[in-house]
Design a protein around this ligand. Sequence first.
Ligand SMILES: *[C@@H]1O[C@H](CO)[C@@H](O)[C@H](O)[C@H]1NC(C)=O
Ligand SMILES: *[C@@H]1O[C@H](CO)[C@@H](O)[C@H](O)[C@H]1NC(C)=O
Ligand SMILES: *[C@@H]1O[C@H](CO)[C@@H](O)[C@H](O)[C@H]1NC(C)=O
Length: 501
Amino acid sequence: MSHSSETATQDPFKLWKNLLSQPSKSSFYSPNFMKGILAICIFSALPLLYFSANFHGLISRTASCPECSPAFRRQVIHEVVNSGRHDNHQRTNISHILFGIGGSAASWGQRRHYCELWWRPHMHRVFVWLDQKPGDGAPEPWPDTSPPYKVSEDTSRFKYNCGDASRSAVRIARIVKESFELGLKDVRWFVMGDDDTVFFTENLVNVLRKYDHNEMYYIGGHSESVEQVLTHSYSMGYGGGGFAISYPLAAELVRILDGCIDRYADFYGSDEKISGCMSEIGVPLTKELGFHQMDIQGDPYGLLSAHPLAPLVSLHHLDNIQPLFPDITRIDSVKKLIKAYESDPSRALQHTFCYDMSRNWSVSVSWGYTVQLYPFLVTGKVLSIPLRTFSTWRTLSQEPFTFDTRVMSSDPCERPVVFYFDGVKDVRNQKTLTSYKRVIDPNMGMRCEREDYTAAYLVKGFNVLAANLDPRVWNKAPRRQRCELMNGSDQQDGVLHIKII
Ligand SMILES: *[C@@H]1O[C@H](CO)[C@@H](O)[C@H](O)[C@H]1NC(C)=O
Ligand SMILES: *[C@@H]1O[C@H](CO)[C@@H](O)[C@H](O)[C@H]1NC(C)=O
Ligand SMILES: *[C@@H]1O[C@H](CO)[C@@H](O)[C@H](O)[C@H]1NC(C)=O
């Protein structure tokens, strides 16, 4: 590459240096002109800076509140750094996480089933935060299958100014503060979730392990519906999918949270109020694609059968969407997915494609969930895009979503033949054999009468053999796994065999 002026203008840093150091060829962007602009910006911004610092309580509070003094902050930072130092070399494990679940006494009786699916006593440190003591609504005595509860502090002194929406957002936003103030030992991460969030905690630990808990991290995911991110934000961790806050960031957040709650009184949700605070601290959201807010309506099939290349961390809104598997209850459908997840956590929902070139068949596997068979060739690009079997969250529109989608055709000759996860058949030598069974959806009773489909309909199921996926793959550059179809393996019993390699 030559050092032509054209190359220089493509590099903003070089451009800036050139403008300031060289007599410019262009009179319009001359150095003096630029300096003038800079001066105008700085001077006109000064009152604004003062105003905004004061507004955010930074100036007045430094003077008035001892906890906000630089000395106190230095002490907190010192303690944080030292508390982490002695076990820095220890990998993060499940006991380093403190979960805070936003619940309410009235709804716990129903919602507890989702939390009870993933919570393991003696293993997961979880508190369910209620608006009042159990009794009115919440089961009495408190079930020992539910994590222990705490009753949140009274929040009536805070402002909430978002129309008819629920004031409980204030209480739930403060869960992270109340959790922090419990002062429990060896907490590296505070993870917030809703009472209808299901966490896949082994994968959560593996995701958090990638990040240094002594740094300030805010980790989570987006909404799926564009209408939601336009109303709420692109830059927040959506609370239903859950988000994680590292200890030093929580320390900083706790310091300013009550002020944020009043400053962002017109923000709808607790997660939004937290994200307001994060903007003030200056810590952006680190996005992880396995947190699922599930702001969709209808059948989650298309989304879960084309999961992004990331470990499955959470699912939410399971009461609102259709069951994950047809013909069973919502709770049982989640239990079924958890069965697969438990036998090989990192691999849950991981996507692979393989082809039978002797018949021109394309097969797409979402491990532990579904196998799709197309009796024709479909490119990898197309297979990787979720089929739109769902609509947007609020307006039930067909689109748009915050990821690519493709139309689920109403023509049976364009649809995949679908097989659902049926169970774990065998586990040995770090390998898992899972089976998938054809489910004839009564709503899609139409058959394609074309010859290639007739052959595909003869397949009764799939057996998928895979070596357990080492979670350390997630620390490497992501790459989809490959699979191999045992040609003609279905000739005897109608079951096709797949090996993931
Ligand atoms: C997690 O790591 C800590 C050390 O930081 C250790 O004391 C504890 O036993 C570990 N817990 C589990 C469940 O492995
Ligand atoms: C598979 O597809 C190729 C190219 O589309 C075609 O030439 C070939 O005849 C097909 N084979 C079978 C068995 O259908
Ligand atoms: C299946 O058949 C194709 C083409 O006929 C061949 O390239 C491939 O290696 C075969 N796969 C197996 C696992 O036998």
